[in-house]
Design a protein around this ligand. Sequence first.
Ligand SMILES: O=C(O)c1cc(=O)[nH]c(=O)n1[C@@H]1O[C@H](COP(=O)(O)O)[C@@H](O)[C@H]1O
Length: 308
Amino acid sequence: MIDKLIERIAEKQSPICVGLDTKFDYIPQEFLSREFEKDALTYAATNIFQYNCALIDAVADIVPAVKVQIAYYEMYGCEGMKAFRDTIRYAKNAGLIVIADVKRNDIGATATAYSSAYLGRTKIGEEEIPVFDADFATVNGYLGTDGIAPFVEDCRKYEKGIFVLVKTSNKSSGELQDIEIEGKTIYDRMADYVARWGEDCIGVYGYSSVGAVIGATYPQQAERIRETHPHIFVLIPGYGAQGGSAEGLIPNFDKKGFGGIVNNSRAILTAYQNEKYAGLSFEKAAREATLAMQRDILETFAKHGIAY
Ligand SMILES: O=C(O)c1cc(=O)[nH]c(=O)n1[C@@H]1O[C@H](COP(=O)(O)O)[C@@H](O)[C@H]1O
């Protein structure tokens, strides 16, 4: 799956993933359809799905992937989960690669169940059913190897991928992740594990389907990880609303523009509220914001001799 993602990035010259962290409050009043007004949760979830479809249509030709953050669907209960499933299907049908941002993990047996839900198959009798069937999932490595192994197995079996949290973008990420033991931080050690877990999943471009999450807000840490781990492909959140810059993304990328994919959620989802895009519909504003992000990244790449 990592090869397919890299090929799509190169085709579109766009190492960008649009984050569908869609809250009901983000949807402009004029877009809301009262048609689904059975109960509040159904109303919210159905409108969220319609909004996602419009956004996907607006960006499908300029980005390779979307990331669907499950918290924004769980908060609308079962109806929200249907919207999550339907959004994944819609995005895949639109030719996009889908990252299910679920940050799952548990003991091995339970991690197996999580992996079946998001990447693998659920077995019922003789039948094996793909359930959410995303292309990638985000996972938490805190429980160690037996909590990650089921996901890695499904990556191999079904040509999927995972991104393991290594150095997260948030302000407090250093409380635990930056602790140094015998000259190595916790995030260094997590990166070492990610490299080990993914060593049999390296594709033709030299990157593994077992990747890492490293926030755009921590470029020095990204550089440190990249020095020792050339095969780790990085999901990079934190550009846009969290203040990460294009310059800060550079350590993740090789000279061909491979090595990472940059997520942007709120700054695209709510672009229509930005005065820069005043007067545009939310779809057009989202597209313009995505194109501006692409320009910003490609111009910064060019300064560093990076090109597709
Ligand atoms: O795994 C993630 O995607 C993730 C990891 C991380 O370290 N930081 C981070 O912001 N994220 C997610 O990336 C998205 C960032 O959203 P924006 O800040 O609105 O672009 C959210 O869906 C977060 O849950």
